[in-house]
Design a protein around this ligand. Structure first.
Ligand SMILES: NC(=O)c1ccc[n+]([C@@H]2O[C@H](COP(=O)([O-])OP(=O)(O)OC[C@H]3O[C@@H](n4cnc5c(N)ncnc54)[C@H](OP(=O)(O)O)[C@@H]3O)[C@@H](O)[C@H]2O)c1
Length: 366
C-alpha cells in the first residue's frame, strides 16, 4: 500500500474521533501506511515531516478533549505551530505528497486547499462549507465528474462524509454515474434533526414538543433555528446536485425555512417561549395529510436540473413515510433503477460514523 502523509485540519468532535479510530488501528498494527505529519486546530498547524508517533496522537487527543489549544500543547518534538499558508512551500521543500483532511466547519482554509490540490496533494472533506461556495471557487477543489479528466498533476478529492456521514451516498452516486446509468430524481431526508421532528409529529407530539425533545437529545444545534432554516440540508442537496454535473449555486436551491415567521432573530428564550404558537398550524397540516394517507417529511429533491429542500407530504407507506428517528435516507430513481429505486438508509450524522466515513475515504486513497 502507498504511504499516505496525513495532515488533519480540525480537532473537534469528528477530528478527535478520527484520531481515536486511527490510534485504535495502529495499536493493532493496522493502517500503518497512514503517516500523520500534521495536525491543526484554530490555533495553528503542528507539522512533523517525519510523522507522529502513536503517543503524539494520544497527547493531541488529551489536549483537545480537555478543550485545550494545540499551540499550548507539548506534542512530539515540534517547536510550535506554523500558519497554514506556509504549508505548501514546506511540503514542496520536503518533497512530500500529502493527504489534507478538512474537518473544520468553515471556508477559512479554502485558498490553501485549492492551492494544495493544484500542487498535487489529495483532499478529503467532512466539511461541507468549501463544497457549497460559489461554483467557480468550488471547481478548484471539486472532485472530477466521470465525464471529465482532472487537470494534469491535480490531487484527488474525496468527500463521502459531507452528505450522510458514513453512509455510502457519494460512492453510490459515483458508481451509478460511472456505470453509465442516468439519474432521473433523488429524494432524500438529509437532516437527522428535521427527520426526527417529522417522525415525532406522526407519534402525536406537537411541533414545539418534538423540537424540544430533539434539542434535549442533542440532535439540534445549540440554537435550533440553525437546523430549522434548512441551510445545512440545502448545502447537502447542492453537493449532490453538483456531483450530478449541475453547475448550481446555493442560492438556486429552493429552501423552505421552518423557522416560524417573526421568530427568526428573537432571543433564544423568546423563540422557545413563542414556538407553541405554530403547533396548531402543524397539527392541521398533518391531519389533512393523514386523511390522504400521507405524512409530513423534510425532503431534499433533485429533479429536472433543480434542487429544493422543504416540508413535503409523502405517502405514509413509502420509504420516506416509513422513516423513523434521526435516520437519513437517500432514494435514487434512475433509468436502471426505475421500477424499484436504489435506497441507502441509516444514521446520517454523529462523530463516530462521520469519522468512519472520512477514514474509509483516506484508506481508499492508499
Ligand atoms: N458532527 C457530525 O455529526 C458531522 C457529520 C457530518 C459532517 N460534519 C462536518 O464535519 C466538520 C467537523 O465537525 P465537528 O462536529 O467536529 O466540528 P467542531 O467540533 O466545531 O470542530 C471544528 C474544528 O475545526 C477547528 N478549526 C477551526 N478553524 C480552523 C482553521 N482555520 N484551521 C484548522 N482548524 C480549524 C476547530 O479548532 P478549535 O478546536 O481550536 O476550536 C475545531 O477543532 C464540520 O464541517 C461538520 O459540518 C459533522
Amino acid at each position: 500500500m502507498t504511504e499516505l502523509n496525513i495532515i488533519q485540519l480540525g480537532l473537534g468532535k469528528v477530528g478527535q474521533e478520527l484520531l481515536r479510530q486511527v490510534a485504535a488501528l495502529w495499536e493493532q498494527d493496522r493502517a500503518t501506511h497512514l503517516n500523520y505529519i500534521g495536525l491543526a486546530d484554530s490555533s495553528g498547524l503542528l507539522l512533523d515531516t517525519n510523522g507522529f508517533y502513536l503517543d503524539d496522537l494520544h497527547d493531541a487527543l488529551a489536549v483537545k478533549t480537555a478543550n485545550g489549544r494545540l499551540d499550548q500543547a507539548a506534542i512530539g518534538d515540534i517547536d510550535g505551530p506554523i500558519v497554514t499558508n506556509q504549508l505548501i512551500s514546506l511540503l514542496r521543500a520536503a518533497r512530500i505528497k500529502a493527504t489534507i483532511v478538512d474537518l473544520t466547519a468553515d471556508t477559512a482554509n479554502l485558498p490553501l486547499l485549492a492551492a494544495a490540490r493544484a500542487a498535487g496533494h489529495d483532499l478529503v472533506f467532512a466539511n461541507k462549507a468549501p463544497l457549497a461556495v460559489d461554483y467557480a471557487s468550488y471547481c478548484a477543489i471539486a472532485p472530477t465528474l466521470p465525464s471529465e479528466d482532472a487537470p494534469t498533476g491535480w490531487g484527488r478529492v474525496r468527500h463521502e462524509a459531507t452528505v450522510g456521514a458514513g453512509l455510502p451516498v457519494i460512492s453510490t452516486l459515483e458508481n451509478v454515474l460511472a456505470s453509465g446509468d442516468q439519474i432521473k430524481r433523488i429524494e432524500a431526508s438529509v437532516s437527522g434533526t428535521l427527520g426526527y421532528i417529522c417522525a415525532a409529529l406522526d407519534q402525536g407530539l406537537s411541533f414545539s414538543a418534538a423540537l424540544r425533545r430533539a434539542h434535549d437529545l442533542g440532535y439540534t444545534e445549540p440554537d435550533p433555528r440553525d437546523d430549522l432554516n434548512g441551510i445545512d440540508a440545502a448545502r447537502k442537496a447542492l453537493i449532490l446536485a453538483r456531483r450530478m454535473g449541475l453547475p448550481m449555486e446555493l442560492s438556486q436551491v429552493g429552501v423552505d425555512s421552518l423557522i416560524p415567521a417573526g421568530l427568526e432573530s428573537t432571543s433564544l428564550d423568546e423563540f422557545w417561549a413563542k414556538l407553541p404558537q405554530v403547533d396548531e398550524t402543524y397539527r392541521v397540516k398533518l391531519d389533512a395529510a393523514q386523511k390522504r394517507g400521507n405524512v409530513l417529511r423534510h425532503v431534499a429533491l433533485i429533479e429536472d436540473e433543480r434542487a429544493s429542500v422543504g416540508l413535503r407530504e409523502v405517502a405514509a407507506d413509502s420509504p420516506l413515510g416509513r422513516l423513523r428517528g434521526s435516520d437519513s435516507i437517500f432514494i435514487w430513481h434512475t433509468v436502471r433503477y426505475s421500477n424499484s429505486p436504489l435506497i441507502v438508509q441509516g444514521p446520517g450524522a454523529g462523530p463516530q460514523v462521520t469519522a468512519a466515513g472520512v477514514l474509509a475515504d483516506i484508506l481508499g486513497l492508499g
